[in-house]
Structures are given as structure tokens and as C-alpha cells.
Ligand binder design. Structure first.
Ligand code: AMP
Ligand code: MG
Length: 511
């Protein structure tokens, strides 16, 4: 890989702590601390994303690159650092958090001028590790590597993954926080993003009333990542905030389109660029359920449930608005912008849903149609993805088909209700002003044929632990082509043996 061009503009622009002191502590008034990675004796590559490497300007793989992707023996031009950010966790101010196990390698610019930041996750403790070890286990690393790539290929803004490696270390984790710690294989991923800046970076510096640094951070972000913002003065920060609201809204609409539940939408896990970031106890939704949360820590309140994600994004944007207030100084404007977020979200949402159904326009009565559909999905526990795939075939329902897409197949009303719905749907489709072919094309583009279900990740992790990579290869192929059916065996509902299994239905934050 071409590592000589890696630069660290962020640390040149902001107040930082250059001590390399790894002691865990608060670092007031600074945005980063230079930090050395841990030394791993026997790192081993699991998978490297060649296409991404070429795309971002790092080029081809050399055997010596194992040193780089596992953060060992780095070239001299690379200064590694962890950034300080704060945030609201589960609705409460949590104070300083920061990169507890993420380390920046810097930024690379490709031939087209596109900037990409590189980060290791799991490369050791930093001043922000808060009594934890700065390590990541194989389980969570495989999940982040594959899911972030799956989201990218679904067309959803996200951070991406360049590599996944074993560190050679054993890490101890208590997966269900039940007092049963177990040894697990340690891993490190290298991930990429245009920028990893989070709401929490702005919240942290603003809470300390470091307004000069806050303005500098906003200016840096706008100059580098928001070319469309051309205004000056307070208007510049208003336009910046509006764009963040727009990007965040579009991201969440997209999550709802494919059935993604993030699971920990704390403000420190919200990207200023509207990227899906920090893959932890996330899940694709199997059976449609607005109340579904995959995160055991999120029970019983279900703050981060599938159907609440827009509301929470809006709440998070309120916190960002508070952080940016010293630059904007206009309460009325912020309130209006946040209200518009809510209105626009539902407009975009309904448009997205209508496209999943193959409708070209939203007509009177569609709102009721959508509500009836939600009722049907919830009542019969229908699989979100398989339902739309079935609709796209245009076939009639029979008991066998109905059972294939429902997690409650023995419900005696299932077939009749499904058939009733299909006849209402056919009448509605007939009101389209586009051709049947065009309608099918809308459905094809908006309804994935392959989603990376948790049970598939679970099986893949087990295989990798046992030294095999067949499923990893197959899943990679499938997730790179999510709107086609490449492997029919993946187009089925979650096998019943996985119901309620830890790591499949429910996940903890332990990673
Ligand atoms: P999360 O809920 O995963 O977004 O993490 C919240 C905070 O905990 C962030 O500051 C993380 O960097 C930190 N964190 C989580 N796991 C670890 C770990 N194993 N070592 C150090 N810091 C961690
Ligand atoms: Mg996080």
C-alpha cells in the first residue's frame, strides 16, 4: 500500500496533547492526544478489502502491509492519535468519552481528490479508554467489518472497513454482563470514512465553553466536508446545521428502508456527515416490529427500537443544536429547523415506503394503506425483507408461501388476511401512472434480496474462530450484490433454532 502520502491535518489544526501519555484521564480543552498502539506479537490477516484500498488511493496489498493494518511498526510519517469527544448516552449527559479503542492513522487523498480518514479499532488503550482495555474481540470486529460493507453496498452512507485481523491476543469479556467472563480471540479492524467527526466532538468542546475551538472545529468541518456551505458569519453555521439535519434524516430513512436497527444511537455514535458509524449491538430486522431493539442494555425502555430511530435522531440533533448555539445564537431558527426535520422525515419516509410497494406517487388513502400494512406485518410477524420480495414476484398467496414469510405460520388467520391485503394492494397498484415494468423496477431497486441477518454473522464468526473462511467469502459475495439473489439459501427467514439466542436475536454492548 502507498502509505507515504498519509497525513494528519487534524492534529495540525487543533489544540492537542502531544505527550503520548496513555494514562486514562480527562483531557480538558484539547481535541486529541497522540497515542501509540499496543504491540501484538502474532497478528494474522483474516481479510483485506482490495477494492476499497484501490478506491481510496492506498493501492495494492504488499505482505509488509500486515504491519500497518495491525498498527505495528509504522512508517515515520504516521503519527497516531485518539480524539476527545463527549456525548449523551441513553438520554443522559455522559461527559468525556472519546476514542477508547479507536486510533487515527491519518488521512489519504485519492487521484480524484477524495479524502479518506483511516482508523484502527481495537489497537489498544488510549487516554479515553475509561478503565477498559482498548481491545476488540473477533465477534464484534467481524460484525463491524461485514455490516459496514453490507450497508455501503445497499447504498447507505456509512463508514467502511479495509481489513480484519487477529491480534494474536486473548481478551476476556463478560458477554451478557452476568458475572461469567470468558476468554475470546482479540481482533483489530482498520476502518475508513471521509471523516469520523461525531456530534460528540462538538458537544465536548462546547460544554467546556471553548468557543474559539468550537468555531475552529466547525470551520474545519465545513471547509473540508461541506463544500455546499458557502455563506459567512452566523449564516454559515446555520447552513451547516441544516445540512447535518438533512443528511441525518436521509440516513435514518435509509435505515428504515432496509430494516437496520443501530441499537446505540447515543450522540457520540452520530456522525456529523450522516454516516452510519460504530457498529455494536445492531441488527437487521427479521420479523417486522416497530418495537424491536437488538440491544440488551436498551431494555426495558426500548429507546433505540426500530420505529423510534427518527425521533431519537431528532433528539440527538437537539443536543447538537445546543452545542452549536454559541455560533448560531438564534433559538427560533434552531427550533424551526428541528421541527422541519420531523415533517420532512415523514414525507421522505412515506415516499420511501411507497417505492418499496412500487408506487410512483402518494395518493389519498395511502396513509391508511400503510397503517393496515403495518398492522398485518406486526400481527403475523412477517419477515420485512421476504415480504417485499414476495410482493415483487406478483404471485398469489398460498399456505406454503405464507408460512415461508411468517414467524407465526400456524396462525389460522394468516392466509386469509394476507390474501385480503394482496387484493387491496392490486387495486392500489392499478392506480399507478407508470407501467408495470417501471413499477417492478422501483421495487427491485428499493427492496434488497439479501440482508446480513444476525444469525448469518453468528455462523460466520463461529467458522472464522474454527479457522474456516467459506461462509465469509460467500457472505462477502452476497452483500456486494444485495439487490440480486445470488445464494437462494440466504433468502429464507431466520431458522427457528436461533430464536432468542444471544448474538442472534439479542446482543449486548460487550465487544
Ligand atoms: P460505544 O457504546 O461502543 O459507542 O462506546 C462508548 C465509549 O466506550 C467510547 O468512548 C468507546 O471508545 C469506549 N469503549 C467501548 N469499549 C471499549 C474498550 N474495550 N476499551 C476501551 N474503550 C472502550
Ligand atoms: Mg461509540
Amino acid at each position: 500500500m502507498n502509505l507515504s502520502e498519509l497525513k494528519q491535518p487534524f492534529i495540525k489544526n487543533f489544540p492537542g496533547d502531544f505527550s503520548k501519555n496513555p494514562m486514562q484521564r480527562n483531557t480538558p480543552r484539547v481535541l486529541f492526544t497522540t497515542t501509540d498502539p499496543a504491540v501484538f506479537d502474532h497478528p494474522e490477516l483474516i481479510v483485506f478489502n482490495e477494492n476499497l484500498s484501490e478506491e481510496i488511493g492506498l493501492g495494492k496489498w504488499n505482505d509488509s502491509d500486515l504491519n500497518f493494518i495491525t498498527a505495528q511498526k509504522l512508517p515515520e510519517n504516521i503519527i497516531t492519535y485518539a480524539t476527545a469527544y463527549s456525548g449523551h448516552q441513553f438520554g443522559n449527559w455522559a461527559g468525556q468519552l472519546g476514542d477508547g479503542r479507536a486510533l487515527y492513522a491519518g488521512e489519504i487523498i485519492n487521484k480524484e481528490g477524495k479524502k479518506t480518514e483511516l482508523q484502527w479499532k481495537g489497537a489498544g488503550a488510549t487516554p479515553y479508554s475509561r478503565h477498559a482495555d482498548g481491545r476488540a474481540v473477533l465477534r464484534s470486529s467481524v460484525r463491524e467489518y461485514l455490516m459496514s460493507e453490507a450497508m455501503h453496498h445497499l447504498g447507505i452512507p456509512t463508514t467502511r472497513a479495509l481489513s480484519l485481523s487477529f491480534t494474536g491476543e486473548i481478551v476476556v469479556r463478560d458477554i451478557m454482563y452476568s458475572g461469567n467472563p470468558k476468554p475470546e480471540k482479540g481482533a483489530v479492524i482498520m476502518r475508513t470514512a471521509e471523516s469520523f467527526l461525531r456530534f460528540g466532538h462538538f458537544e465536548g468542546i462546547s460544554a467546556q465553553k471553548e468557543i474559539e475551538t468550537l468555531a475552529k472545529l466547525a470551520d474545519f468541518t465545513i471547509e473540508n466536508y461541506f463544500p455546499e456551505v458557502q455563506s459567512e458569519g452566523a449564516q454559515k453555521y446555520k447552513d451547516f446545521f441544516v445540512k447535518i439535519c438533512d443528511d441525518t434524516r436521509q440516513m435514518v430513512v435509509e435505515w428504515l428502508r432496509v430494516g437496520f436497527v443501530h441499537g446505540v444511537m447515543n450522540t457520540d455514535n452520530m456522525s456529523v456527515l450522516g454516516l452510519t458509524i460504530d457498529y455494536g449491538p445492531f441488527s437487521m430486522m427479521d420479523e417486522y416490529d416497530l418495537n424491536f431493539t437488538p440491544n440488551t442494555t436498551d431494555l426495558p425502555n426500548r429507546r433505540y427500537a426500530f420505529g423510534k430511530q427518527a425521533q431519537i435522531a431528532q433528539w440527538n440533533l437537539w443536543q447538537l443544536a445546543n452545542a452549536l448555539f454559541p455560533l448560531i445564537n438564534d433559538e427560533k431558527f434552531l427550533e424551526e429547523t428541528l421541527n422541519i426535520f420531523g415533517t420532512k422525515f415523514w414525507e421522505d419516509h412515506d415516499k420511501m415506503l411507497s417505492q418499496k410497494f412500487g408506487f410512483d406517487l402518494i395518493l389519498d388513502g395511502d396513509e391508511e394503506f400503510f397503517l393496515n400494512w403495518q398492522g398485518l406485518m406486526q400481527e403475523f410477524q412477517l419477515d420485512y425483507t421476504l415480504f417485499f420480495n414476495f410482493l415483487e414476484t406478483g404471485e398469489e398467496a398460498n399456505s406454503e408461501k405464507a408460512a415461508e414469510i411468517s414467524y407465526d405460520p400456524s396462525n389460522e388467520n394468516l392466509l386469509e388476511k394476507l390474501q385480503n391485503f394482496l387484493s387491496v394492494y392490486k387495486n392500489r397498484l392499478a392506480k399507478n401512472t407508470i407501467s408495470e415494468g417501471e413499477s417492478k423496477e422501483l421495487m427491485r431497486k428499493n427492496n434488497p434480496k439479501f440482508i446480513l441477518r444476525n444469525y448469518l454473522l453468528f455462523e460466520c464468526i463461529e467458522e472464522i474462530e474454527n479457522g474456516k473462511k467459506d461462509l465469509l467469502r460467500k457472505l462477502t459475495h452476497a452483500l456486494e450484490n444485495p439487490y440480486e439473489e445470488i445464494y437462494p439459501e440466504f433468502s429464507v427467514k431466520r431458522p427457528s433454532g436461533y430464536d432468542g439466542v444471544s448474538g442472534c436475536s439479542m446482543l449486548s454492548c460487550s465487544s
